[in-house]
Design a binder for this molecule. Structure first.
Ligand code: URA
Length: 206
């Protein structure tokens, strides 16, 4: 099966070496679809790591995670929860943008289990290199990759789960879910619930 493992650098604890190696990753077919590898970003000293699904259109073009609409919402939620994004490490379960064409637009397409698994060595290496106290999974794909396939965002969100990967591991919704909601009232409620989950993270840090 496809795996990024053979692309890992000699010293996987070196974030710069990891990033450079990931830039050349061709372990799964998604490298042909994305413009570039979108590696995680943030200080090596970060105490919190946020893990999303995969880069979106904006991220694919910028080469940075969570800089588009979902990133803007995440920034606002972090601020409202009292968390400074500059002190966090932000990354994704999958490092290439998977999309399908619709007219001139590139529409997000969810990565499959094989692609998530193929990319997992990069995420594991980032976790080992940064050693954050808290891992926050944003959405089902990140939660499946980090916590396991039984995690259900609706049922299990906002509660720390035991894990070998970090002292504190929690899952919550993906910010894109909130952006997709049609009516303003639902948006407001779901945004409030996201901030509430992020408050838990803030309280562990404090
Ligand atoms: N959605 C994600 O899951 N990750 C990003 O980096 C941007 C949007």
């Amino acid at each position: 099966p496809d795996s990024a493992a053979r692309f890992l650098p000699a010293n996987p604890a070196d974030l710069a070496a990891l990033r450079e190696a990931a830039a050349g990753c061709t372990a799964c077919p998604l490298h042909q679809l994305g413009t570039q590898t979108v590696f995680g970003e943030g200080p090596k000293t970060a105490e919190v790591m946020f893990i999303g699904e995969q880069p979106g259109d904006s991220e694919d073009l910028a080469g940075k995670p969570f800089v588009g609409p979902a990133g803007k919402l995440l920034d606002r939620a972090l601020k409202d929860a009292g968390i400074d994004r500059r002190r966090t490490y932000v990354t994704n379960a999958v490092k290439h943008f998977k999309w399908v064409p619709r007219g001139k637009k590139r529409i997000h397409s969810s990565p499959n289990t094989m692609q998530i698994r193929a990319c997992n060595p990069w995420l594991k290496a980032e976790i080992l290199a940064v050693k954050p106290a808290i891992l926050v999974c944003l959405g089902a794909v990140a939660a499946a990759a980090v916590i396991g396939p039984k995690f259900r965002v609706t049922k299990d969100r906002g509660r720390f789960v035991p894990s070998d990967l970090a002292p504190y591991v929690v899952g919550t919704v993906h910010p894109s879910m909130i952006l997709r909601l049609e009516d303003e009232e639902s948006k407001r409620i779901e945004y409030g619930r996201l901030v509430e989950d992020l408050r838990l993270v803030h309280d562990v840090l404090a």
